[in-house]
Write a protein that binds this ligand. Structure first.
Ligand SMILES: [Zn+2]
Length: 175
């Protein structure tokens, strides 16, 4: 365990957002779906759309920065419970570092940085794959939905027209 005034290395990684062109619609904000009979349907891009907002044509990506930082223990916090002992170091920069995250060498801290970024990138990639898989389904689903709705509206319009005509004819008969 370290004591006040001891020096150690900690692993840091920062994340910054970068705006990139949408990899699905390439900024067009819409995609074209070609049906089995070669009919083309234009649909809003779901990949760069958040919830009910309009597609933006861009997507946010994350860039990582990392580094090992040398720190000095300013305070040692020990918490003892029935589950065991937890040691944390507070540094002059007001960082709270767990005992097992305080490294003796810069190399160890840098290794940990790489590991943290790899984990985070894996999470992001998994999420992106998941979205893509869902979108593929939703484009054809959306196309089907809109065509079904259009047909329903057309049928209902025809029905209303027929009824209106019927009414007119009845009116004529009444007259
Ligand atoms: Zn898009």
């Amino acid at each position: 365990m370290l004591k006040v005034g001891d020096i150690f290395w900690s692993a840091h990684y920062g994340m910054s957002e970068v705006t990139k062109t949408c990899p699905v619609c390439y900024g067009k904000r819409c995609v074209t779906l070609i049906l089995g009979n070669d009919d083309k349907i234009e649909l809003p891009c779901d990949y760069c759309r958040r919830g009910y907002e309009e597609p933006r044509g861009t997507k946010t990506e994350y860039e990582f920065t990392s580094g090992a930082e040398q720190e000095t223990v300013d305070e040692v916090r020990i918490e003892e419970t029935s589950k065991g002992r937890k040691v944390e170091y507070l540094t002059f920069d007001h960082h709270v570092v767990r005992e097992d995250e305080a490294y003796a060498t810069k190399e160890e801290a840098e290794e940990r940085c790489k590991q943290l970024i790899a984990e985070r990138m894996h999470d992001e990639a998994t999420r992106a794959e998941h979205i893509k898989a869902n979108q593929a389904k939703s484009y054809s689903w959306n196309a089907g939905y809109h065509m079904r709705e259009a047909k329903r509206e057309e049928e209902s319009a025809a029905r209303h027209r027929a009824r209106a005509k019927l009414c007119k004819e009845r009116t004529k008969e009444d007259a």
